[in-house]
Design a protein around this ligand. Structure first.
Ligand code: PLP
Length: 443
């Protein structure tokens, strides 16, 4: 998750002495954090359903689904069973020259539920890596097409595609701190973040900058990479499906591939299985990860059209040049298959629609607060955007004291709970957001 917040220096209320936390403070570096930070860290002993149980026995209702992942909640009997079954057969086997049912069945399933035209699946270990793979696929495709000069990318400001060097080069230059990494990041192009809101049309003017960039640079452009409809870690904002539709048409017009990064949006979060469906488009390449395994194991996949995989395969070097050691891990594939099965057979649309309604009503009264700039909801994502960045040590402690796990970043306080959350539990989350902000415990 991307936070460009400097570590705060204000004093956090101290947690009870704990050997785990002591050792954590001495040796463990957490995501996007300072080892000198005063932001408290909490030790979790177990998690079940939508509840995290801390080492000291307190229970927190989870509003984050562990960063989009745990769509079915925690300690899910069906997912536990899938891993246990597979463990009895094999935990892992190399994927070079060998294959197995969990990987084959998962790839088949992914193709079945993905937008039309995506047919070949390349498995990997994490979202960022699946983005690197998508970028390499695009470059190798154009090389095979006799256009080796097409090696650059366009992306959108406020976009986030991961933390590895290639993924960073297409993520927002400011929140991604490109100035800090100028020597190693490839120079790519950025179109403004779409201004047309979700549910609204997108005017010619609102997509003009993207069009101009494609027009001017298509000869060196391999692909446009974007998060369809929902820009996640770069700002938690929702944009017009019409923009996406027009972007796809422009890519076709200028001979540039479209890579859809569905790592955050995939598997129902935005109200569709994949957010591309809002626009009725099929990308040339698509990345999935995060909730792919229901949050159980790290796994990601890059899907592409048969035309791309055939073209890459038919030309020198007659191979796609990538192959992670843990590619197609059988445990991860098994639990992913079971997670998708649970989702598709579990009336997910009704669940997400219900969460959407409850988030809308539950967060509504935050609008009246002076420090709130905007409240927005799409699918099972609820966002309260403040006028100023929150005070992390204070607000983090306040949420835990209120019995909820909500992790804001920058100006954003947001909820994306597991789909199994009940109305009452959701109410505890939305009430906690209002109360904490109303009490000024974000300052
Ligand atoms: C989280 C995320 C990534 C990176 O995935 P990791 O598994 O953290 O490497 C890439 N793109 C989007 C849209 C994401 O939300």
């Amino acid at each position: 998750m991307n936070t460009s917040q400097p570590p705060s220096t204000s004093q956090a209320p101290s947690e009870a002495d704990s050997p785990i936390l002591d050792s954590d403070r001495r040796h463990v570096w957490h995501p996007y954090s300072s080892t000198r930070s005063e932001v408290p860290v909490f030790a979790v002993k177990s998690a079940s359903g939508v509840r995290l149980t801390l080492e000291d026995g307190r229970q927190l209702i989870d509003g984050m689904a562990s960063w989009w992942c745990a769509i079915h909640g925690y300690n899910v009997p069906e997912l536990n069973a899938a891993i246990n079954r597979q463990l009895g057969n094999m935990a892992h086997i190399m994927f070079g020259g060998l294959t197995h049912a969990p990987a084959v069945e998962l790839c088949e399933k992914l193709v079945e539920i993905s937008p039309e035209g995506l047919q070949t699946v390349f498995l990997s270990d994490s979202g960022s890596v699946s983005v690197e793979i998508a970028m390499k696929m695009a470059v190798q495709y154009w090389h095979a097409e006799g256009k080796p000069g097409k090696q650059q990318f366009i992306s959108l400001r406020k976009g986030y595609h991961g933390d590895t060097i290639g993924a960073m080069s297409v993520s927002d230059p400011e929140t991604g701190m490109h100035s800090l990494f100028t020597g190693i990041l490839a120079k790519n192009f950025f179109a403004p973040s779409p201004e047309c809101a979700f549910g609204e049309p997108c005017s010619e003017e609102q997509i003009a900058d993207l069009k101009t960039l494609l027009q001017s640079h298509h000869q060196t452009l391999a692909a446009l990479i974007l998060e369809p409809v929902v820009q996640g870690a770069g700002g938690m904002s929702f944009y017009s499906a019409d923009y996406l539709k027009q972007a796809k048409a422009l890519c076709e017009q200028y001979g540039v591939l479209l890579i859809a990064d569905e790592i955050a949006t995939g598997f129902g979060r935005s109200g569709r299985i994949f957010a591309c469906e809002h626009a009725g488009i099929s990308p040339d390449i698509m990345c999935v990860g995060k909730s792919l395994t229901g949050g159980y194991m790290t796994l990601a996949a890059t899907l592409c059209t048969k035309q791309i995989s055939d073209t890459v395969s038919d030309q020198p070097p007659f191979a796609f040049m990538h192959g992670p050691t843990f590619m197609g891990n059988p445990l991860a594939c098994s639990v992913a298959l079971e997670s998708i099965h649970l989702l598709l057979t579990g009336d997910w649309q009704k669940k997400v629609r219900r969460i959407e309604q409850r988030l809308i009503t539950g967060l509504e009264r935050c609008r009246q607060l002076d420090d709130v700039a905007e409240v927005r909801v799409l699918g099972a994502i609820g966002v309260v955007e403040l006028k100023q960045a929150v005070n992390m040590p204070v607000i983090q402690q306040a949420f835990v004291d209120a019995g909820v796990w909500i992790r804001p970043f920058g100006k954003l306080v947001y909820l994306m709970p597991p789909f199994i959350i009940t109305d009452d539990e959701l109410k505890l989350l939305t009430n906690a957001v209002f109360d904490v902000l109303n009490d000024g415990k974000h300052r």
